[in-house]
Each structure stands twice: as structure tokens, then as C-alpha cells.
Design a protein around this ligand. Structure first.
Ligand code: APR
Length: 233
């Protein structure tokens, strides 16, 4: 289904899979190899910051070498040409939307940024962040990746909710629908009267809530979907 008007697009790890970045919950995904409680919570960082840095340093190195794929590029074209409002929200902490030329709201933070756990100052992260790094603003040894961990509040929620309340079309691309609040965006969009479409390799936990489903690899389905939208705009 397509519908002209304001669009909100939510992307997840599936859109970056064909760029060589691991997803979280697919077979051999990151959460099959690492325990969330050991690398992705504030408590994990307090207990063993070096281990958490090792995990995100490895993610950052992979992302530094990754290139956007046809799905990222199609969304960039859509953002440039769409005549109404379009908010691109990503749960991804990689920078592939930006490398492709899109502006994306990173609700789960950004691998390429560092955050001071003491004073909340943010700066560009070096490729390797460590317990030795000091905050450029306050000098404390409290540098952490600027990532929203489990138990923390996602970023930009007010802007996202307001866009959802005013959207005519909501699309979720490559996300398993297992992590809130993002998993609930489809319900927000439906309450606003929007059309909803899910693009994924397979059914997600939230598939039942979407009016339309487009199944297949994002590098194929997203450019086709964008082409249809632009031809009707
Ligand atoms: N094309 C389309 N979809 C794909 C592709 C592909 N090539 N490859 C995988 N997928 C789909 C999978 O079917 C799955 O539904 O992408 C989804 C990936 O799901 P997750 O690994 O759970 O990733 P995501 O939904 O982004 O995770 C949400 O969980 O731990 C966190 O903070 C992390 O932002 C992340 C959040």
C-alpha cells in the first residue's frame, strides 16, 4: 500500500545486514554471541568498562569499513525527492544512512560518538575508546560510547512521537519488533490513521499489526518500494 503525505520510516539492523554488519537476533546475531547483561547495560559498564569498550570498539571498526547498500541509497533518494515531511528514524548505531547522504534520527545513539558518563558532554569517538580516555570538557575518566543501553531512555522521543502522530504512512524496515519503544511505533501510526507497511526478510514479532508486508532482502525491496512511492507522489 502506498499513500501520499507525511512519512515516518523506522529502520533496524536488517537494513545494514547486506552491508556486512551483524544483526542482533538473527541466527549467529550479536546477541547469540554476547550476553546483553555483560555489554549493553549501564550496570555492565559500571562492572567492567573495558569489556564494554571492547564490544563497541569491534562494532565501530566494522562500521567504519562498511558501505551503504541499495536500501540506504533508495531512502536517501526518497528523502531528497519526497514533497511532504519525511522523518527517518533508525535504531541502528552505524552511520550508513549518513554515509549515503540521508539525515537520520538515531534513537539508540551513535557508534561514532563518545559520551561522558559524568557531565554528558559528547564528542567524536576515536576508533578505539578506552577507560584511559578523558572527557574533553570535564577531564574525568568516564568516556563511554554514545549508545542507548537497555534500561536507558531512547533519544529524540518527543520529535519521533510528534511525527508519528502526524504521519500518513509508517514503514518499518529490517527490525524484529522486539524492542520498545520502537516496536510500538506501528500502533502510534495506526492511531493517527496512517497506512502501515513492514519490509523484512521474514515475519517479525509485530507483523500482525501492519496492514501491508513486503518480504525480501532490503537491498531489493526498499528500492522497489521507493520507486512506487515516488511514481505516485
Ligand atoms: N533485509 C531485510 N530484513 C532483514 C535482512 C535483510 N537483508 N536481514 C535481516 N533482516 C531482518 C530480520 O528478519 C529481523 O527481523 O532484520 C531484523 C533484525 O532484527 P534485530 O537483530 O532484532 O535488530 P533490530 O530490530 O534493529 O534490534 C533492535 O535491539 O539490542 C538492540 O539496540 C539494539 O537497536 C537494536 C534493537
Amino acid at each position: 500500500m502506498t499513500k501520499t503525505g507525511n512519512i515516518v520510516i523506522l529502520t533496524g539492523a536488517g537494513i545494514s545486514a547486506e552491508s556486512g554488519l551483524s544483526t542482533f537476533r538473527d541466527e549467529n546475531g550479536l546477541w547469540a554471541q554476547h550476553r546483553i547483561e555483560e555489554v549493553a547495560t549501564p550496570e555492565a559498564f559500571a562492572r567492567n568498562p573495558a569489556r564494554v569498550h571492547r564490544f563497541y570498539n569491534a562494532r565501530r571498526k566494522q562500521a567504519l569499513h562498511a558501505m551503504p547498500n541499495a536500501a540506504h541509497h533508495a531512502l536517501t533518494e526518497l528523502q531528497q525527492k519526497w514533497p511532504y515531511d519525511l522523518l527517518l528514524v533508525t535504531q541502528n548505531v552505524d552511520d550508513l544512512h549518513e554515509k549515503s547522504g540521508s539525515r537520520a534520527v538515531h534513537m539508540h545513539g551513535a557508534l561514532m560518538r563518545a559520551l561522558c558518563a559524568a557531565c554528558a558532554h559528547r564528542w567524536d569517538s576515536p576508533a578505539d575508546l578506552s577507560v584511559e580516555d578523558t572527557c574533553p570538557a570535564c577531564g574525568a575518566h568516564t568516556a563511554r560510547p554514545d549508545i542507548v543501553w537497555f534500561g536507558e531512555m531512547p533519544y529524540h522521543m518527543q520529535d519521533i512521537l510528534s511525527a508519528l502522530q502526524n504521519c500518513d504512512l509508517f514503514a518499518a524496515i529490517g527490525t524484529s519488533g522486539q524492542v520498545y519503544p520502537a516496536a510500538g511505533f506501528v500502533q502510534e501510526a495506526l492511531s493517527a490513521g496512517a497506512a502501515t507497511v513492514e519490509l523484512n526478510l521474514k515475519d517479525s514479532d509485530m507483523s500482525y499489526a501492519f496492514q501491508d508486508q513486503i518480504t525480501g532482502p532490503a537491498s531489493e525491496t526498499v528500492p522497489q518500494w521507493v520507486g512506487r512511492l515516488l511514481s505516485q507522489a
